[in-house]
Design a protein around this ligand. Sequence first.
Ligand code: SAM
Length: 234
Amino acid sequence: MREDTIQQRYSNNVIKKLIEECRFEGSYDEWKAARSFVGKAIHKKGTLIDLGCANGFFLRCLQDWQPYDLDVYGIDNREEAISEARNLFPDKTNHFQIISGADIYLLYEDYDEQLLPSKYDFVYRNYWRNELNSEENLKEEINKLLPLVRDDGRLILGIYAGSDIKIESHPHMMRWVENMKKAAGRVDGEAYAETGGSLWIMWIDVVATPQSTSKTTHKSDPIWGNFSSKTDPV
Ligand SMILES: C[S@@+](CC[C@H](N)C(=O)[O-])C[C@H]1O[C@@H](n2cnc3c(N)ncnc32)[C@H](O)[C@@H]1O
């Protein structure tokens, strides 16, 4: 773990605003307790894209919450979120683009007008409750995300189902985790938040296989397409 510089760099008020914009209710310590475990999936330096990056604050924090240098990128379908992310990373404004998850094919290497790189060492996507019920949809989504991962890179999939709901008392969390694992087909690692809340990630390591280089279709995504209105703070 490197030094956490967030509280030195930003005032408490700014941190509070940045956290709220990520749809999280709580202090910086609570935010860190609920999100820093994602750093366990980072095992080398490299590039990382957050699909649904909000104002980029999670990415900014992740840079401090684990030991490796991360060059970060993000997409979000909200213009104001990307504008905030560009403010947070003034030297990297072109790393943040208004792109809907339904249009993820815009990043693929065979797409003509590239706004962002087509491959990353780490691709991160967190899922919300309403997205996790269909193993088939999750499988389809994972197949769309894998082409964005470099060989020897990692696809990281997360579930934020409630930082204040203990896993053992969450009625659906274990089913959602199982759905994700089955949809992924393989699990190369997983981690839970140490808070005991219903927060979990798993990852798939990508090696040079036909799956990691396969082309996928460019049709609208059933999960992202439905995901924009209802979000519970977690
Ligand atoms: C709660 S924030 C997550 C921030 C950060 N990734 C994290 O892990 O804390 C979820 C973000 O996903 C974005 N989002 C929701 N639906 C999306 C879609 N269809 N395409 C792109 N972004 C989307 C929202 O605008 C929001 O900023």
